[in-house]
Design a protein around this ligand. Structure first.
Ligand code: PGA
Length: 249
């Protein structure tokens, strides 16, 4: 049985006060039967690390540098994330790929660096609308999986969660149908079985992301291959994030 894993990606949102208020609400009013992560912006990781210490809320970061240290103005390294008590890093988000030009190779470098320093990873993949309309969804996602995980071992896969996020569904209000999402999740699981083993593929948590809300989370999570959600907009308010993290309460 795979556990359910709900993650909130706050993106470039929240001031310190807003963030601490939101964490307080989640901790006071939410229940943590499922695994739950929040990924605030870098500037708030220290404050939130203190706020969640000793609780069931897991701290994530939204990105990290390809380098450990040195002359990389404006970048944040894996060592800095570890130093602040970050547990997990989101890598390969479509906004990093499309706006900041991150290739599969860059994402693969980051994945290996995170593994070297014992950070868990949420590894995002997903096709654009154009790719889907051209019948390329399966190929794009499969290539992202193969290239992103190059050189990643069987045992490293214990530290990796995959998030399938069709780019056309992110922040648009359009959600993939549960059936369409499940079929891509199945393709991902089959690919992982082909690269690694049935054991690794059966254990792999695959989150769905793209306009997940309280009103659609249940039907998505009911699908066999959907094990969790990576939530953007709806993660910014306790009133929408708590019903998602408690979808099976
Ligand atoms: P959304 O974002 O829930 O606002 O669509 C999801 C994501 O980008 O992780």
């Amino acid at each position: 049985m795979r556990i359910s894993y709900i993650a909130g990606n706050w993106k470039m949102n929240t001031t310190k006060k807003e963030a601490l208020d939101l964490v307080t609400e989640l901790l006071n009013e939410g229940s943590f039967k499922n695994k739950v992560l929040i990924a605030p912006p870098y500037t708030l990781l220290d404050a939130i690390s203190n706020a969640v210490k000793g609780t069931n809320l897991i701290l994530g970061a939204q990105n990290m540098s390809t380098h450990e240290s040195g002359a990389h103005t404006g970048e944040v390294s894996v060592l800095m994330l570890r130093d602040l008590g970050v547990d997990t890093v989101i890598l390969g988000h479509s906004e990093r790929r499309s706006i900041y030009g991150e290739s599969d190779q860059i994402i693969n470098t980051k994945i290996k660096l995170a593994l070297k320093h014992n950070l868990n990873i949420i590894f995002c993949v997903g096709e654009t609308l154009e790719e889907r309309e051209n019948g390329l969804a399966e190929k794009v996602v499969t290539d992202q999986i193969i290239n992103g995980l190059e050189g990643v071992s069987d045992s490293d896969m214990d530290s990796i969660t995959v998030a399938y996020e069709p780019v056309w569904a992110i922040g648009t209000g359009k959600t993939s149908t549960p059936e369409d999402a499940d079929s891509i999740h199945r393709i991902i699981r089959n690919k992982i079985e082909a690269i690694y083993s049935k054991n690794v593929s059966e254990k792999l948590i695959i989150q769905y992301g793209g306009s997940v809300k309280p009103s659609n989370v249940k039907e998505l999570m009911a699908k066999e291959n959907i094990d969790g959600a990576l939530v953007g907009g709806a993660a910014l308010k306790a009133e929408t994030f708590i019903p998602i993290m408690e979808y099976n309460k």
